[in-house]
Design a protein around this ligand. Structure first.
Ligand code: ZN
Length: 579
Protein backbone atom coordinates (compact mmCIF):
# COMPACT_ATOMS: atom_id res chain seq x y z
CA UNK A 1 0.00 0.00 0.00
CA UNK A 2 1.37 3.41 -0.93
CA UNK A 3 1.77 6.12 1.64
CA UNK A 4 -1.13 8.32 0.52
CA UNK A 5 -3.39 5.35 0.44
CA UNK A 6 -2.25 4.21 3.89
CA UNK A 7 -2.85 7.69 5.32
CA UNK A 8 -6.37 7.66 3.92
CA UNK A 9 -7.04 4.17 5.17
CA UNK A 10 -5.78 4.99 8.66
CA UNK A 11 -7.90 8.12 8.79
CA UNK A 12 -10.94 6.16 7.78
CA UNK A 13 -10.48 3.55 10.47
CA UNK A 14 -9.51 5.71 13.42
CA UNK A 15 -11.66 8.20 15.23
CA UNK A 16 -9.89 11.31 16.47
CA UNK A 17 -12.22 11.55 19.46
CA UNK A 18 -11.18 8.15 20.68
CA UNK A 19 -7.51 8.72 19.95
CA UNK A 20 -7.34 12.12 21.66
CA UNK A 21 -9.67 10.92 24.39
CA UNK A 22 -7.10 8.35 25.43
CA UNK A 23 -4.93 11.11 26.75
CA UNK A 24 -7.16 14.17 27.16
CA UNK A 25 -10.40 14.22 29.14
CA UNK A 26 -13.00 15.58 26.73
CA UNK A 27 -16.49 16.84 27.34
CA UNK A 28 -19.15 17.32 24.71
CA UNK A 29 -19.93 20.94 23.75
CA UNK A 30 -22.44 21.16 20.95
CA UNK A 31 -21.24 18.97 18.14
CA UNK A 32 -17.59 19.25 19.24
CA UNK A 33 -15.69 18.10 22.31
CA UNK A 34 -13.65 20.30 24.56
CA UNK A 35 -10.84 19.75 27.04
CA UNK A 36 -7.72 21.19 28.58
CA UNK A 37 -5.02 21.57 25.96
CA UNK A 38 -2.34 18.90 26.36
CA UNK A 39 0.23 21.14 24.69
CA UNK A 40 0.13 24.23 26.84
CA UNK A 41 -0.72 24.89 30.47
CA UNK A 42 -4.24 26.23 30.91
CA UNK A 43 -7.00 26.28 33.48
CA UNK A 44 -9.98 26.88 31.22
CA UNK A 45 -10.33 24.52 28.28
CA UNK A 46 -9.66 25.97 24.85
CA UNK A 47 -8.81 22.73 23.11
CA UNK A 48 -11.50 21.49 20.70
CA UNK A 49 -11.93 18.25 18.84
CA UNK A 50 -14.29 18.06 15.90
CA UNK A 51 -15.64 14.55 15.25
CA UNK A 52 -17.12 15.77 11.99
CA UNK A 53 -13.88 17.10 10.55
CA UNK A 54 -11.66 14.69 12.48
CA UNK A 55 -9.44 17.57 13.56
CA UNK A 56 -8.35 19.24 16.77
CA UNK A 57 -7.56 22.85 17.45
CA UNK A 58 -6.44 24.85 20.45
CA UNK A 59 -7.40 28.50 20.59
CA UNK A 60 -4.86 29.04 23.34
CA UNK A 61 -1.65 27.96 21.67
CA UNK A 62 -2.81 27.66 18.08
CA UNK A 63 -1.89 24.03 17.66
CA UNK A 64 -4.18 21.96 15.57
CA UNK A 65 -4.42 19.29 12.95
CA UNK A 66 -5.46 15.72 12.42
CA UNK A 67 -4.68 12.43 14.14
CA UNK A 68 -1.18 12.42 12.66
CA UNK A 69 -0.25 15.85 13.92
CA UNK A 70 -1.74 15.00 17.29
CA UNK A 71 0.35 11.87 17.74
CA UNK A 72 3.49 13.56 16.46
CA UNK A 73 3.09 16.49 18.82
CA UNK A 74 1.95 14.44 21.77
CA UNK A 75 4.45 11.61 21.58
CA UNK A 76 7.25 13.58 20.00
CA UNK A 77 7.30 11.30 16.97
CA UNK A 78 8.38 11.86 13.41
CA UNK A 79 5.77 11.41 10.70
CA UNK A 80 6.93 7.87 9.78
CA UNK A 81 6.88 6.88 13.46
CA UNK A 82 3.42 8.35 13.97
CA UNK A 83 2.32 6.56 10.83
CA UNK A 84 3.64 3.27 12.16
CA UNK A 85 1.94 3.76 15.50
CA UNK A 86 -1.41 4.72 13.97
CA UNK A 87 -1.21 2.00 11.35
CA UNK A 88 -0.76 -0.54 14.10
CA UNK A 89 -3.69 0.87 16.00
CA UNK A 90 -5.83 0.89 12.88
CA UNK A 91 -4.69 -2.55 11.77
CA UNK A 92 -3.39 -1.15 8.47
CA UNK A 93 -0.38 -2.81 6.84
CA UNK A 94 2.25 -0.37 5.74
CA UNK A 95 5.47 -0.89 3.84
CA UNK A 96 8.40 -1.79 6.06
CA UNK A 97 10.90 1.02 6.43
CA UNK A 98 13.82 0.88 4.05
CA UNK A 99 16.19 -0.17 6.82
CA UNK A 100 14.15 -3.36 7.16
CA UNK A 101 14.29 -2.95 10.92
CA UNK A 102 11.78 -5.18 12.53
CA UNK A 103 9.37 -3.69 14.96
CA UNK A 104 10.25 -4.82 18.51
CA UNK A 105 6.65 -5.15 19.56
CA UNK A 106 6.12 -7.48 16.61
CA UNK A 107 8.76 -9.75 18.12
CA UNK A 108 7.04 -9.49 21.47
CA UNK A 109 3.83 -10.64 19.80
CA UNK A 110 5.63 -13.66 18.38
CA UNK A 111 6.85 -14.48 21.89
CA UNK A 112 3.35 -14.05 23.31
CA UNK A 113 1.95 -16.39 20.67
CA UNK A 114 4.52 -18.99 21.67
CA UNK A 115 3.83 -18.61 25.39
CA UNK A 116 0.09 -18.87 24.88
CA UNK A 117 0.47 -22.01 22.81
CA UNK A 118 2.78 -23.50 25.41
CA UNK A 119 0.09 -23.04 28.04
CA UNK A 120 -2.16 -25.33 25.97
CA UNK A 121 0.60 -27.84 25.19
CA UNK A 122 1.54 -30.91 27.28
CA UNK A 123 4.42 -28.94 28.86
CA UNK A 124 1.89 -26.50 30.25
CA UNK A 125 0.16 -28.94 32.56
CA UNK A 126 1.68 -27.55 35.76
CA UNK A 127 0.68 -24.04 34.73
CA UNK A 128 -2.87 -25.10 33.89
CA UNK A 129 -3.12 -26.78 37.26
CA UNK A 130 -1.83 -23.68 39.02
CA UNK A 131 -4.30 -21.41 37.22
CA UNK A 132 -7.03 -23.88 38.14
CA UNK A 133 -6.16 -23.62 41.82
CA UNK A 134 -6.29 -19.83 41.46
CA UNK A 135 -9.81 -20.28 40.07
CA UNK A 136 -8.95 -18.95 36.65
CA UNK A 137 -10.92 -20.72 33.90
CA UNK A 138 -9.58 -21.20 30.35
CA UNK A 139 -11.85 -18.37 29.21
CA UNK A 140 -9.88 -16.06 31.50
CA UNK A 141 -6.57 -17.34 30.13
CA UNK A 142 -7.55 -16.15 26.71
CA UNK A 143 -9.25 -12.97 27.90
CA UNK A 144 -6.05 -11.89 29.61
CA UNK A 145 -3.71 -13.62 27.12
CA UNK A 146 -1.97 -15.63 29.82
CA UNK A 147 0.98 -17.73 28.78
CA UNK A 148 3.47 -20.27 29.98
CA UNK A 149 7.22 -20.21 29.53
CA UNK A 150 8.38 -23.84 29.55
CA UNK A 151 11.22 -24.68 31.94
CA UNK A 152 13.76 -25.01 29.13
CA UNK A 153 16.82 -22.86 28.39
CA UNK A 154 16.09 -21.87 24.85
CA UNK A 155 12.54 -22.90 23.94
CA UNK A 156 11.65 -19.35 22.89
CA UNK A 157 15.09 -18.29 21.69
CA UNK A 158 15.40 -21.13 19.20
CA UNK A 159 11.95 -20.30 17.82
CA UNK A 160 12.83 -16.61 17.48
CA UNK A 161 16.02 -17.52 15.65
CA UNK A 162 14.03 -19.63 13.23
CA UNK A 163 11.84 -16.60 12.59
CA UNK A 164 14.89 -14.52 11.74
CA UNK A 165 14.94 -12.46 14.92
CA UNK A 166 18.43 -11.20 15.63
CA UNK A 167 20.21 -11.56 18.95
CA UNK A 168 20.25 -7.79 19.32
CA UNK A 169 16.49 -7.58 18.83
CA UNK A 170 15.77 -10.39 21.29
CA UNK A 171 18.01 -8.71 23.85
CA UNK A 172 16.37 -5.34 23.27
CA UNK A 173 13.00 -6.97 23.93
CA UNK A 174 14.37 -8.44 27.15
CA UNK A 175 13.32 -11.90 26.02
CA UNK A 176 16.78 -13.47 26.33
CA UNK A 177 19.71 -13.08 28.68
CA UNK A 178 23.37 -13.00 27.71
CA UNK A 179 25.10 -15.92 29.41
CA UNK A 180 28.73 -17.01 29.50
CA UNK A 181 27.87 -20.22 27.73
CA UNK A 182 25.48 -18.55 25.33
CA UNK A 183 22.17 -16.73 25.34
CA UNK A 184 19.14 -18.21 27.05
CA UNK A 185 15.45 -17.48 27.67
CA UNK A 186 14.71 -14.96 30.40
CA UNK A 187 11.42 -16.56 31.37
CA UNK A 188 11.57 -20.24 32.25
CA UNK A 189 9.00 -22.23 34.17
CA UNK A 190 6.80 -19.19 34.74
CA UNK A 191 3.19 -18.26 34.13
CA UNK A 192 3.28 -15.09 32.08
CA UNK A 193 1.14 -11.98 32.14
CA UNK A 194 1.58 -9.77 29.07
CA UNK A 195 1.83 -6.07 29.84
CA UNK A 196 0.50 -3.63 27.26
CA UNK A 197 0.70 0.13 27.21
CA UNK A 198 -2.32 2.42 27.00
CA UNK A 199 -2.43 2.06 23.21
CA UNK A 200 -2.38 -1.72 23.50
CA UNK A 201 1.22 -2.19 22.43
CA UNK A 202 2.86 -5.23 24.02
CA UNK A 203 5.83 -3.91 25.98
CA UNK A 204 6.70 -6.48 28.63
CA UNK A 205 5.87 -9.67 30.48
CA UNK A 206 5.47 -10.34 34.15
CA UNK A 207 6.23 -13.90 35.15
CA UNK A 208 5.29 -15.91 38.23
CA UNK A 209 7.44 -18.87 39.08
CA UNK A 210 5.67 -22.15 39.84
CA UNK A 211 8.42 -24.13 41.50
CA UNK A 212 12.16 -24.16 42.00
CA UNK A 213 14.50 -21.29 42.72
CA UNK A 214 14.15 -17.67 41.78
CA UNK A 215 12.09 -14.66 42.69
CA UNK A 216 8.34 -15.29 42.89
CA UNK A 217 7.70 -12.58 40.30
CA UNK A 218 9.98 -11.13 37.67
CA UNK A 219 9.27 -8.55 34.97
CA UNK A 220 10.89 -7.86 31.64
CA UNK A 221 13.85 -5.54 32.14
CA UNK A 222 13.46 -1.87 31.38
CA UNK A 223 14.47 -1.14 27.82
CA UNK A 224 13.46 0.57 24.61
CA UNK A 225 9.97 -0.92 24.94
CA UNK A 226 9.37 -1.02 28.64
CA UNK A 227 9.31 1.75 31.22
CA UNK A 228 7.52 0.30 34.21
CA UNK A 229 7.15 3.69 35.85
CA UNK A 230 4.83 4.73 33.04
CA UNK A 231 2.69 1.60 32.77
CA UNK A 232 -0.28 0.16 34.55
CA UNK A 233 -1.24 -3.47 34.10
CA UNK A 234 -4.56 -3.96 32.27
CA UNK A 235 -4.90 -0.26 31.45
CA UNK A 236 -5.92 -0.90 27.81
CA UNK A 237 -8.78 -3.09 29.05
CA UNK A 238 -9.69 -0.74 31.87
CA UNK A 239 -9.49 2.64 30.23
CA UNK A 240 -13.00 2.81 28.81
CA UNK A 241 -14.49 1.93 32.16
CA UNK A 242 -12.17 4.31 34.02
CA UNK A 243 -13.28 7.12 31.76
CA UNK A 244 -16.92 6.21 32.12
CA UNK A 245 -16.85 5.93 35.91
CA UNK A 246 -14.34 8.72 36.37
CA UNK A 247 -12.41 6.59 38.83
CA UNK A 248 -9.71 3.93 38.75
CA UNK A 249 -9.05 1.14 41.21
CA UNK A 250 -5.32 0.61 41.68
CA UNK A 251 -4.08 -2.69 43.10
CA UNK A 252 -0.66 -4.25 43.51
CA UNK A 253 -0.74 -7.60 41.84
CA UNK A 254 -1.54 -9.10 38.46
CA UNK A 255 -3.94 -11.56 40.03
CA UNK A 256 -5.72 -8.82 41.96
CA UNK A 257 -6.31 -6.86 38.78
CA UNK A 258 -7.47 -9.91 36.82
CA UNK A 259 -9.85 -10.97 39.53
CA UNK A 260 -11.38 -7.51 39.76
CA UNK A 261 -12.04 -7.51 36.03
CA UNK A 262 -13.57 -10.98 36.23
CA UNK A 263 -15.85 -9.81 39.03
CA UNK A 264 -17.04 -6.83 36.99
CA UNK A 265 -14.77 -4.13 38.39
CA UNK A 266 -13.44 -3.25 34.98
CA UNK A 267 -11.77 -0.03 36.04
CA UNK A 268 -8.99 -1.88 37.88
CA UNK A 269 -5.30 -1.61 37.04
CA UNK A 270 -2.16 -2.80 38.84
CA UNK A 271 1.16 -1.13 39.48
CA UNK A 272 4.11 -3.23 38.44
CA UNK A 273 6.13 -3.62 41.57
CA UNK A 274 6.90 0.06 41.89
CA UNK A 275 5.49 2.64 44.19
CA UNK A 276 3.16 5.02 42.40
CA UNK A 277 4.94 7.39 40.07
CA UNK A 278 4.27 10.81 38.60
CA UNK A 279 4.02 9.19 35.16
CA UNK A 280 1.27 6.86 36.33
CA UNK A 281 -0.50 9.74 38.02
CA UNK A 282 -0.46 11.68 34.75
CA UNK A 283 -1.74 8.64 32.90
CA UNK A 284 -4.68 8.23 35.27
CA UNK A 285 -5.41 11.93 35.37
CA UNK A 286 -6.12 11.84 31.65
CA UNK A 287 -9.12 9.62 32.30
CA UNK A 288 -10.30 10.02 35.86
CA UNK A 289 -10.58 12.42 38.76
CA UNK A 290 -10.64 9.79 41.47
CA UNK A 291 -8.34 6.92 42.37
CA UNK A 292 -9.13 4.14 44.81
CA UNK A 293 -5.96 2.55 46.12
CA UNK A 294 -6.43 -1.00 47.20
CA UNK A 295 -3.14 -2.35 48.51
CA UNK A 296 -2.78 -4.89 51.25
CA UNK A 297 -2.96 -3.11 54.57
CA UNK A 298 0.75 -3.45 55.43
CA UNK A 299 1.82 -1.95 52.14
CA UNK A 300 -0.73 0.86 52.18
CA UNK A 301 0.59 2.32 55.42
CA UNK A 302 4.22 2.34 54.38
CA UNK A 303 6.08 5.57 53.79
CA UNK A 304 6.77 4.84 50.13
CA UNK A 305 3.13 4.07 49.43
CA UNK A 306 1.92 7.16 51.24
CA UNK A 307 4.38 9.23 49.25
CA UNK A 308 3.10 7.70 46.02
CA UNK A 309 -0.48 8.42 46.96
CA UNK A 310 0.43 11.99 47.87
CA UNK A 311 1.98 12.33 44.44
CA UNK A 312 -1.32 11.26 42.87
CA UNK A 313 -3.25 13.73 44.98
CA UNK A 314 -0.87 16.52 44.00
CA UNK A 315 -1.47 15.70 40.35
CA UNK A 316 -5.04 16.68 41.01
CA UNK A 317 -6.51 13.24 41.62
CA UNK A 318 -8.80 12.64 44.52
CA UNK A 319 -7.16 9.70 46.28
CA UNK A 320 -9.05 7.31 48.53
CA UNK A 321 -7.62 4.29 50.31
CA UNK A 322 -9.67 1.10 50.34
CA UNK A 323 -9.27 -1.18 53.34
CA UNK A 324 -10.30 -4.77 52.91
CA UNK A 325 -11.77 -6.78 55.77
CA UNK A 326 -9.44 -9.00 57.77
CA UNK A 327 -6.36 -7.87 55.89
CA UNK A 328 -7.20 -9.90 52.80
CA UNK A 329 -5.86 -8.99 49.39
CA UNK A 330 -8.41 -8.28 46.66
CA UNK A 331 -7.90 -11.63 44.95
CA UNK A 332 -8.52 -13.61 48.15
CA UNK A 333 -11.51 -11.55 49.13
CA UNK A 334 -13.16 -11.68 45.70
CA UNK A 335 -12.60 -15.41 45.29
CA UNK A 336 -14.33 -16.11 48.61
CA UNK A 337 -18.08 -16.41 48.79
CA UNK A 338 -19.87 -13.05 48.87
CA UNK A 339 -16.54 -11.49 47.97
CA UNK A 340 -17.74 -9.04 45.31
CA UNK A 341 -20.35 -7.58 47.67
CA UNK A 342 -17.81 -7.20 50.46
CA UNK A 343 -15.48 -5.54 48.02
CA UNK A 344 -18.17 -3.10 46.92
CA UNK A 345 -18.78 -2.28 50.55
CA UNK A 346 -15.07 -1.65 51.08
CA UNK A 347 -14.98 0.66 48.04
CA UNK A 348 -17.86 2.62 49.51
CA UNK A 349 -16.01 3.02 52.78
CA UNK A 350 -12.75 4.16 51.19
CA UNK A 351 -10.90 6.70 53.28
CA UNK A 352 -9.85 10.06 51.77
CA UNK A 353 -6.08 10.32 51.71
CA UNK A 354 -5.89 13.27 54.15
CA UNK A 355 -7.67 11.17 56.77
CA UNK A 356 -5.71 8.07 55.89
CA UNK A 357 -2.48 9.63 57.13
CA UNK A 358 -3.92 9.58 60.64
CA UNK A 359 -5.78 6.33 60.12
CA UNK A 360 -2.69 4.40 59.03
CA UNK A 361 -0.84 5.42 62.17
CA UNK A 362 -3.73 5.26 64.61
CA UNK A 363 -2.24 2.35 66.56
CA UNK A 364 1.08 4.09 67.19
CA UNK A 365 -0.61 7.40 67.94
CA UNK A 366 -1.46 6.17 71.43
CA UNK A 367 1.96 4.76 72.27
CA UNK A 368 5.14 6.31 73.70
CA UNK A 369 6.43 7.39 70.27
CA UNK A 370 3.44 9.69 69.87
CA UNK A 371 5.38 12.88 69.30
CA UNK A 372 7.37 11.43 66.46
CA UNK A 373 4.25 9.96 64.88
CA UNK A 374 2.39 13.29 65.04
CA UNK A 375 5.41 14.90 63.42
CA UNK A 376 5.31 12.33 60.58
CA UNK A 377 1.60 12.85 60.06
CA UNK A 378 2.02 16.62 59.87
CA UNK A 379 4.85 16.20 57.44
CA UNK A 380 2.72 14.02 55.20
CA UNK A 381 -0.28 16.33 55.41
CA UNK A 382 1.78 19.40 54.61
CA UNK A 383 2.56 17.81 51.27
CA UNK A 384 -1.11 17.77 50.29
CA UNK A 385 -2.91 20.68 48.63
CA UNK A 386 -4.61 22.87 51.27
CA UNK A 387 -7.88 22.75 49.36
CA UNK A 388 -7.95 18.97 49.66
CA UNK A 389 -7.16 19.13 53.36
CA UNK A 390 -9.67 21.77 54.31
CA UNK A 391 -12.77 19.57 54.58
CA UNK A 392 -10.94 17.17 56.92
CA UNK A 393 -9.13 19.57 59.25
CA UNK A 394 -11.58 19.17 62.12
CA UNK A 395 -11.49 15.41 62.08
CA UNK A 396 -7.70 15.23 61.77
CA UNK A 397 -7.20 17.82 64.52
CA UNK A 398 -9.33 15.91 66.96
CA UNK A 399 -7.39 12.72 66.25
CA UNK A 400 -4.18 14.58 66.98
CA UNK A 401 -5.65 16.21 70.09
CA UNK A 402 -5.35 19.80 68.89
CA UNK A 403 -7.78 22.48 67.72
CA UNK A 404 -8.45 22.67 64.04
CA UNK A 405 -7.36 26.32 63.78
CA UNK A 406 -4.05 25.27 65.33
CA UNK A 407 -3.69 22.49 62.79
CA UNK A 408 -4.49 24.89 59.96
CA UNK A 409 -1.82 27.28 61.22
CA UNK A 410 0.81 24.57 61.54
CA UNK A 411 0.10 23.31 58.07
CA UNK A 412 0.11 26.78 56.58
CA UNK A 413 3.51 27.48 58.12
CA UNK A 414 4.87 24.25 56.74
CA UNK A 415 3.35 24.89 53.38
CA UNK A 416 5.06 28.27 53.22
CA UNK A 417 8.36 26.69 54.23
CA UNK A 418 7.96 24.09 51.51
CA UNK A 419 7.16 26.77 48.93
CA UNK A 420 10.27 28.74 49.85
CA UNK A 421 12.50 25.71 49.47
CA UNK A 422 11.04 23.49 46.79
CA UNK A 423 11.81 19.83 47.29
CA UNK A 424 14.12 18.08 44.87
CA UNK A 425 11.24 16.36 43.15
CA UNK A 426 9.35 19.63 42.75
CA UNK A 427 12.41 21.25 41.23
CA UNK A 428 12.67 18.37 38.81
CA UNK A 429 9.01 18.56 37.98
CA UNK A 430 9.01 22.24 37.23
CA UNK A 431 12.20 21.91 35.23
CA UNK A 432 10.65 19.22 33.07
CA UNK A 433 7.50 21.31 32.67
CA UNK A 434 9.59 24.09 31.28
CA UNK A 435 11.32 21.83 28.83
CA UNK A 436 7.98 20.48 27.73
CA UNK A 437 6.49 23.87 27.02
CA UNK A 438 9.59 25.07 25.21
CA UNK A 439 9.73 22.03 23.05
CA UNK A 440 6.11 22.44 22.14
CA UNK A 441 6.74 26.07 21.24
CA UNK A 442 9.23 25.12 18.57
CA UNK A 443 8.34 26.47 15.18
CA UNK A 444 5.28 28.28 16.41
CA UNK A 445 4.62 31.60 14.74
CA UNK A 446 1.60 33.83 14.60
CA UNK A 447 -1.77 32.11 14.44
CA UNK A 448 -3.28 31.85 10.96
CA UNK A 449 -5.54 34.66 9.81
CA UNK A 450 -9.10 33.27 10.02
CA UNK A 451 -10.28 34.65 6.66
CA UNK A 452 -7.33 33.28 4.77
CA UNK A 453 -7.58 30.04 6.72
CA UNK A 454 -11.25 29.83 5.74
CA UNK A 455 -10.36 30.30 2.08
CA UNK A 456 -7.90 27.43 2.27
CA UNK A 457 -10.43 25.28 4.09
CA UNK A 458 -13.13 25.89 1.46
CA UNK A 459 -10.78 25.07 -1.40
CA UNK A 460 -9.62 22.02 0.49
CA UNK A 461 -13.17 20.77 0.82
CA UNK A 462 -14.35 21.49 -2.69
CA UNK A 463 -12.87 19.71 -5.71
CA UNK A 464 -15.12 21.81 -7.99
CA UNK A 465 -13.72 25.08 -6.66
CA UNK A 466 -10.18 23.77 -6.93
CA UNK A 467 -10.52 22.85 -10.56
CA UNK A 468 -12.77 25.74 -11.55
CA UNK A 469 -10.76 28.69 -10.26
CA UNK A 470 -7.67 30.26 -11.78
CA UNK A 471 -4.74 30.51 -9.39
CA UNK A 472 -3.98 34.07 -10.51
CA UNK A 473 -7.49 35.17 -9.50
CA UNK A 474 -7.27 33.69 -6.02
CA UNK A 475 -3.64 33.91 -4.96
CA UNK A 476 -3.55 37.72 -4.60
CA UNK A 477 -6.24 37.37 -1.93
CA UNK A 478 -3.85 35.61 0.41
CA UNK A 479 -1.03 37.43 2.16
CA UNK A 480 0.37 34.68 4.37
CA UNK A 481 3.17 32.95 2.47
CA UNK A 482 2.41 29.48 3.81
CA UNK A 483 -1.31 29.66 3.18
CA UNK A 484 -0.51 31.04 -0.25
CA UNK A 485 1.76 28.08 -0.96
CA UNK A 486 -0.95 25.63 0.04
CA UNK A 487 -3.63 27.44 -1.95
CA UNK A 488 -1.33 27.49 -4.99
CA UNK A 489 -0.67 23.77 -4.63
CA UNK A 490 -4.34 22.75 -4.48
CA UNK A 491 -5.30 25.13 -7.30
CA UNK A 492 -2.58 23.54 -9.36
CA UNK A 493 -4.05 20.11 -8.94
CA UNK A 494 -2.17 18.69 -5.97
CA UNK A 495 -4.49 16.50 -3.86
CA UNK A 496 -5.11 17.45 -0.25
CA UNK A 497 -3.84 14.01 0.83
CA UNK A 498 -0.47 14.37 -0.82
CA UNK A 499 -0.15 17.93 0.43
CA UNK A 500 -0.90 16.79 3.93
CA UNK A 501 1.72 14.07 3.62
CA UNK A 502 4.27 16.74 2.74
CA UNK A 503 3.32 18.87 5.73
CA UNK A 504 3.80 15.92 7.98
CA UNK A 505 7.17 15.14 6.53
CA UNK A 506 8.37 18.67 7.07
CA UNK A 507 6.75 18.67 10.48
CA UNK A 508 4.67 21.70 9.57
CA UNK A 509 1.76 22.28 11.93
CA UNK A 510 0.84 25.75 10.79
CA UNK A 511 -1.24 24.64 7.83
CA UNK A 512 -3.01 21.93 9.81
CA UNK A 513 -3.88 24.62 12.31
CA UNK A 514 -5.02 26.88 9.47
CA UNK A 515 -7.40 24.20 8.22
CA UNK A 516 -8.86 23.75 11.68
CA UNK A 517 -9.24 27.50 12.21
CA UNK A 518 -10.77 27.86 8.77
CA UNK A 519 -13.20 25.03 9.41
CA UNK A 520 -14.36 26.56 12.67
CA UNK A 521 -14.74 29.90 10.98
CA UNK A 522 -16.93 28.49 8.23
CA UNK A 523 -19.26 26.85 10.70
CA UNK A 524 -20.89 30.25 11.23
CA UNK A 525 -22.36 30.05 7.71
CA UNK A 526 -25.36 28.12 6.50
CA UNK A 527 -23.48 26.27 3.83
CA UNK A 528 -20.19 26.17 2.00
CA UNK A 529 -21.38 28.38 -0.83
CA UNK A 530 -22.49 31.17 1.53
CA UNK A 531 -19.19 30.88 3.30
CA UNK A 532 -17.27 31.06 0.05
CA UNK A 533 -19.10 34.20 -1.12
CA UNK A 534 -18.50 35.99 2.14
CA UNK A 535 -14.87 34.89 2.52
CA UNK A 536 -13.92 35.66 -1.04
CA UNK A 537 -15.54 39.09 -1.10
CA UNK A 538 -14.11 40.05 2.27
CA UNK A 539 -10.61 39.07 1.23
CA UNK A 540 -11.04 40.92 -2.03
CA UNK A 541 -12.14 44.03 -0.21
CA UNK A 542 -9.18 43.73 2.08
CA UNK A 543 -6.81 43.61 -0.87
CA UNK A 544 -8.42 46.65 -2.44
CA UNK A 545 -8.23 48.59 0.81
CA UNK A 546 -4.58 47.76 1.07
CA UNK A 547 -3.84 48.96 -2.42
CA UNK A 548 -5.91 52.06 -1.78
CA UNK A 549 -3.95 52.87 1.37
CA UNK A 550 -0.61 52.49 -0.30
CA UNK A 551 -1.63 54.67 -3.27
CA UNK A 552 -2.95 57.31 -0.86
CA UNK A 553 0.38 57.34 0.87
CA UNK A 554 2.17 57.69 -2.43
CA UNK A 555 -0.10 60.58 -3.31
CA UNK A 556 0.44 62.45 -0.03
CA UNK A 557 4.19 62.12 -0.52
CA UNK A 558 3.80 63.56 -4.01
CA UNK A 559 5.04 60.42 -5.74
CA UNK A 560 1.84 59.31 -7.48
CA UNK A 561 1.76 59.17 -11.29
CA UNK A 562 -1.36 60.05 -13.27
CA UNK A 563 -1.95 56.33 -13.72
CA UNK A 564 -1.83 55.91 -9.93
CA UNK A 565 -4.32 58.73 -9.54
CA UNK A 566 -6.88 57.21 -11.87
CA UNK A 567 -6.43 53.82 -10.17
CA UNK A 568 -6.96 55.51 -6.82
CA UNK A 569 -10.22 57.01 -8.04
CA UNK A 570 -11.32 53.64 -9.37
CA UNK A 571 -10.55 51.94 -6.06
CA UNK A 572 -12.40 54.64 -4.14
CA UNK A 573 -15.46 54.02 -6.29
CA UNK A 574 -15.29 50.28 -5.76
CA UNK A 575 -14.93 50.64 -2.01
CA UNK A 576 -17.82 53.08 -1.85
CA UNK A 577 -19.99 50.80 -3.90
CA UNK A 578 -19.24 47.90 -1.65
CA UNK A 579 -20.09 49.67 1.56
ZN1 ZN B 1 -3.03 24.75 23.50
Amino acid sequence: MGQDEAVREIKERLDIVELVGDSVPLRKVGKNLRGLCPFHAEKTPSFYVSPERQTFHCYGCGRGGDIFSFVMEREGLSFPEAMEMLAERAGVEIRRSASGKRNLSEIMEIALGFYRESLQSPSGEAARKYLGTRQLAPSAWSQFELGWAPPAWDALWSLLQKKGVSRQEALACGLIIEGQKGDYDRFRGRVLYPIRDIAGKLTAFGGRILSGEGAKYINSPEGPLFNKRALLYLLPLAKASIREIGAAIVVEGYMDALRLHLCGFRNAVATLGTSLTAEQAALLKRMADRVLICYDSDAAGQEATLRGMTLLQKEGLDVHVVELPRGKDPDELLASSGGPDLFKLALGGAIPLPLYHVHARRATLEGPGRKKVVEEILEGLAELPMLDLAPHLGSIASSLGIFSHQLAEILRDRLLAVKKFPSESEKRESASDRVYVNEGDKGRGLPPDPWEAALLFLLWKSPEKRSGLAPEAILPLVSDEKVQGAVAAVLNGETPESLQGRWHETNDRFLEAALAVGGDFCEAFNNMEDAWLKVESSLRKRVIEKEYRSLREKMTRGLATSQDMSRLNELARILKGRR
